[in-house]
Design a protein around this ligand. Structure first.
Ligand SMILES: NC(=O)CC[C@H](N)C(=O)O
Length: 384
């Protein structure tokens, strides 16, 4: 690979790095975040939750296994920009169909290579996630910084509708259908409905703007809310759908953005983390069983709920079910009815694990358990 043209990266606080063009030429802006995953760059790039974020990979070699058409988590690359230390000079994998550099260029994604990603990551850890610009056309850091300061912030960004499907679609159950679930697409990853389909769930994926009537029209056994980009404090529409579903005792499961929206529906607040959790080896404890699972994360916001004790809500009793052992951030919520039955739950991390470890796959089984128990509870009681 020949050395590409110079490129410039400038953070909103003025720190600048010089490297080389990677992917498309041009200029891009977004929120600078780092991901510590050693594998799974294709899944990272195509995760809609990264919309408007510039991802810094801490793994120094990126692109080694090229790009294939099987692993993407959506129909396109969503990251606003891509920052790597040392791109692979050639891709080597029997599954590879083209190089990552070619793919980024074909999809118009501006990147930068050859910069000290360790120094950049340490800077973001100390100062927090912040806006950034990458340019292959601007050489003056002050001029680029001015444009970074003019670009939109992540706090207050309402982005789910920008990545959501326009039209409803169905992912059929593998084998016999056991349950029907409506999934609100706030930025859903391909692997999530697949994990449900494997368990006999037929998934009706609806746009982020769907109403409770749209949901109920499918006569679902449960409601699911997906991951997604932006600030959960803006997601009022989906939050009302969750509240109306809980009023009707519809079993609920949420992942990531879905966990944050569930938290808001239960009356908790959300807040922005300093630099977030992004990687595939984050330790989380399931407080019900005491077990620790190694999990995949991608979140910059979190739910503000008390770690100890329970909270009474209009829909039942809520508690924090999972916690991150690195920093005590809330990683899951559980809602129980008066009889102690689990009515709904959610996690801040990624049990679909694309990419990542499969420790948390049991949560999809838990969803089928909740739907089974709800169906049993709604059966008319037999005469004694
Ligand atoms: N992966 C997600 O769903 C991310 C949720 C939210 N946008 C956050 O950054 O916290």
């Amino acid at each position: 690979m020949t050395t590409r043209a110079p490129a410039l990266l400038v953070l909103e606080d003025g720190r600048a790095f010089r490297g080389h063009a990677y992917g498309a030429d041009g200029e891009t802006f977004g929120e600078a975040v780092f991901s510590t995953g050693m594998t799974g760059y294709q899944e990272t790039l195509t995760d809609p939750s990264y919309h408007r974020q510039v991802v810094v990979q801490t793994a120094p070699h990126i692109g080694n296994t090229g790009v294939n058409d099987d692993d993407p988590e959506s129909g396109r690359i969503w990251v606003a920009g891509y920052v790597v230390r040392d791109p692979a000079r050639r891709a080597s994998s029997w599954r590879s169909e083209r190089s990552l550099d070619e793919e980024l260029a074909a999809q118009g994604v501006v990147g930068i290579s050859g910069i000290d990603t360790r120094a950049l990551t340490r800077h973001l850890r100390e100062r927090g996630a912040m806006r950034v610009g990458i340019s292959t056309v601007e050489t003056d850091p002050d001029a680029l910084r001015q444009r970074v300061l003019d670009s939109p912030e992540m706090l207050g960004a309402d982005l789910a509708a920008e990545v959501s499907t326009q039209e409803p679609y169905v992912v059929p159950a593998d084998g016999e259908r056991r349950f029907t679930v409506v999934a609100l697409d706030l930025g859903i990853k391909t692997m999530t409905p697949r994990r449900m389909a494997e368990r006999g769930i037929e998934v009706h994926v609806l746009p982020a703007t769907a109403s409770i009537d749209d949901v109920l029209a499918h006569e679902p056994d449960g409601l699911f809310l997906s991951n997604g980009p932006g600030d959960p404090a803006t997601a009022d529409g989906p939050m009302h759908v969750v509240q109306q579903a809980l009023e009707r005792d519809l079993p609920f499961f949420g992942i990531c953005f879905g966990n944050q929206v569930f938290g808001r529906a239960l009356g908790f607040g959300t807040y922005k983390l300093g630099y977030g959790h992004r990687g595939i080896n984050q330790p989380v404890q399931d407080r019900g069983t005491g077990k620790v699972e190694v999990t995949a994360h991608n979140h910059g916001f979190a739910v503000d709920a008390p770690l100890d004790g329970t909270t009474e809500t209009p829909y039942g009793t809520a508690e924090v079910s999972h916690v991150c052992l690195n920093d005590d951030v809330v990683e899951g919520l559980a809602l129980r009815g008066g009889d102690g039955r689990l009515k709904g739950f959610s996690v801040q991390y990624h049990p679909e694990a694309a990419a990542g470890p499969h420790d948390a796959a049991y949560l999809f089984d838990r969803f089928t358990d909740v739907m089974t128990a709800a169906a049993a509870a709604s059966q008319p009681q037999k005469e004694a």
